[in-house]
Design a protein around this ligand. Structure first.
Ligand code: SF4
Length: 625
């Protein structure tokens, strides 16, 4: 038997859409060896997930279809198999873990029945045998009391536990290939580290090949042996992980890596990739990255680059590495590569605090029984002290359930705290009635994680932004209000014409800009950013972080940045407060927290974060030419 668990040759997966044929995956080839982790990276809309759906033969029909290519699992072509054989392979030889365990587990069946079913179906085991295997598997993924867990329903488990159950289900039949599509995106870093370690352990034991789909480059760096970078339906670069991170060649890979926020680039804007991935119905004839590429040459848009093999199996599809193309007139640079972004001149920090929080608590009563008697309290926030200076950023970090969001909402009085004081610009907000609070609402705003759900789908963008001003600053006359809307939309890098469009017409990054515009329009002094960039691709995230920094520089706004992404914290924050169990366990400047953490929990948190080692990211793409 060959070493290859999976081999994909010239795969083309297309979709019939009202605007034409969408070539979501357009001639992709790669292979994964047994016991190896192979990562597929790239922005949303590049074809990563459609590739995985093609492998597991779940391309949504009738719109989607495999137009060409071969998918060989252990040398056997899956595409030409009968439907019954495909079903036999799914869940048995190939398993998949999705991003959202909450939506993948069936809420009306117990954990046990969901894990036993595939074992009985695919391995022909009796119920008793399957139960024994299932309990063993639940124990293997580190779940406590697997026997008891067998009969509970999914909703009683935390996100991390549910993802472990999903892994147990996926590995119960000892598959040859495990597809993990953003398996840890919804999880905290410490749980993420545990889950990935667990996958590695099981991989070592069972020899499973793992196809890891993610937009998190640091995760790839730490976990994969090989990487393929996908762009607009094609693989543009593939290499061993070490080689790719040490010497990325394709301009897209280089630009993706440069967009990652970290300590080293906090004094300058992040590099961004202009524009967005072209629609799959309308890919350019030549290089699909043309138009966004900082190294574009005159002939790039007209001629499609061919794969060029460099040393150590490093394959790149870019004319820069094609001697034949370089020797032609067409290789004239179209534009000189932009200089490295200028450092941000940060204004000297004012000493006076804008916000002073003392002893803030938010306790929720726990009620039980027929008469809903209070039997205890959930102490979501349990006595925190914070200070935020004007024009500065305080990051609040910690795992889910540590109380970060509740604290953010209680500070701006979106929910009223149980006790404690919040002094804002000299006024004690916690002493004010709801009516008295109204004038402060425009000064203290919040940006949420999900731009999709926070915009009313029935309102045009202009109306959404204007509504905020109308309700919070009714004294502003109509003409001035409309002018403010126009100025704000341009401030966030969008155009006036977009004011007459609806939220569904925008990408995730654009919607987040709209969310920011809505908040900015009321001219706040303080903004709570609650996981505001967590759902975005690294390229879009870089644009939003740059935007937030430039707004801070221009208007002196202060941020409370709630996030679980410590790279973002290193880049944007001046100070950090680490929350655990409703309390702040450590506070300090970014340097203090990241370089000399004192509290054990902070140390655990920092250790769990996957990082691209310094000295390995010395890339300019030139060296290989
Ligand atoms: Fe950039 Fe040209 Fe290479 Fe495409 S072929 S990535 S446009 S340099």
């Amino acid at each position: 038997m060959s070493d290859k668990a999976l081999e994909i040759k010239g795969l083309k997966t297309y979709f019939n859409t009202p605007s034409g044929v969408a070539k979501a995956v357009d001639g992709v080839s790669f292979s994964i060896n047994r016991g190896e982790t192979f990562a597929l990276v790239g922005e949303s809309g590049c074809g990563k997930s459609v590739t995985s759906l093609s492998v597991i033969q779940l391309v949504p029909e009738p719109a989607g279809f495999i137009a060409d290519g071969e998918i060989l699992l252990n040398g056997e072509d899956i595409i030409s198999m009968k439907e019954a054989d495909k079903r036999r392979i799914r869940g048995n030889k190939i398993s998949m873990i999705f991003q959202e365990p909450m939506t993948s587990l069936n809420p009306v069946f117990t954990i046990g029945s969901q894990i036993v079913e595939p074992i009985m179906l695919h391995q022909g085991k009796t119920k008793a045998e399957a139960r024994e295997i299932a309990i063993g598997m639940l124990a293997k993924v580190g779940l406590p009391e697997p026997g008891k867990l067998f009969s509970v329903y999914p909703h009683t488990l935390s996100g991390g536990m549910m993802q472990r159950v999903m892994i147990a289900i996926a590995l119960a039949c000892r598959p040859d290939l495990l597809i993990a599509d953003e398996p840890t995106t919804a999880l905290d870093v410490t749980i993420e580290a545990q889950i990935l370690e667990l996958m590695k352990e099981l991989q070592r034991e069972l020899g499973t090949a793992i196809m890891l789909i993610t937009h998190n480059m640091a995760l790839v760096y730490r976990n994969a042996e090989h990487v393929a970078v996908m762009y607009a339906g094609k693989i543009v670069e593939t290499a061993s992980t070490k080689t790719l991170f040490r010497n990325p060649l394709h301009p897209y890979t280089i630009q993706l890596l440069r967009a990652i926020p970290e300590m080293g680039n906090r004094d300058r804007p992040l590099e961004t990739i202009p524009g967005s991935v072209p629609p799959a119905t309308d890919f350019p004839d030549g290089c699909r990255f043309s138009g966004r590429c900082s190294r574009e040459m005159a002939g790039c848009a007209a001629r499609e680059p061919r794969p060029i093999l460099k040393a150590d199996g490093h394959l790149v599809s870019c004319h820069l590495y094609d001697p034949e193309f370089i020797s032609t007139q067409a290789s004239r640079p179209l534009h000189t590569e932009g200089k490295a972004p200028e450092p941000i001149s940060t204004p000297p920090m004012e000493r006076s605090p804008l916000l002073d929080v003392k002893g803030l608590k938010k306790h929720y009563p726990i009620r039980k029984g027929l008469f809903k008697r209070i039997v205890g309290y959930n102490k979501a926030v349990n006595g925190i002290d914070l200070e935020i200076r004007r024009g500065s950023t305080l990051a609040l970090v910690g795992e889910s359930g540590s109380g970060k969001t509740t604290a953010g909402k209680a500070i701006i009085q979106l929910i009223r705290p149980t006790t404690g004081t919040v002094r804002f610009s000299g006024n004690i907000l916690t002493d004010l009635s709801d009516t008295e609070l109204k004038p402060y609402k425009s000064n203290t705003q919040i940006i949420f994680q999900n731009p999709y759900s926070s915009l009313n789908p029935r309102m045009m963008i202009g109306e959404i932004i204007e509504e905020g001003i109308r309700s919070l600053k009714p004294e502003i006359p109509v003409r001035e209000r409309k002018q403010k809307v126009r100025e704000t939309i341009e401030r966030v890098g969008l155009t006036e014409e977009m004011l007459r469009r609806y939220p569904h017409e925008f990408s995730g990054g654009q919607r987040q800009r709209i969310g920011i515009a809505r908040v900015l329009a009321v001219e706040p002094e303080f903004i709570v950013c609650d996981e505001a960039v967590s759902a975005l691709d690294v390229s879009v995230q870089a644009q939003i972080l740059n935007l937030l920094k430039s707004i801070q520089r221009d208007f002196g706004i202060s941020y409370l940045f709630i996030t679980h992404d410590l790279g973002v914290v290193e880049y944007i924050a001046d100070e950090v407060a680490v929350m655990y169990g409703g309390k702040i366990v450590e506070r300090g400047t970014v340097e203090e927290i990241f370089k000399t953490p004192k509290h054990e929990y902070t140390k655990t948190l920092l250790n769990a974060v996957p990082r691209i080692e310094k000295g390995e990211k010395e890339y300019d793409g030139e060296s290989a030419r």
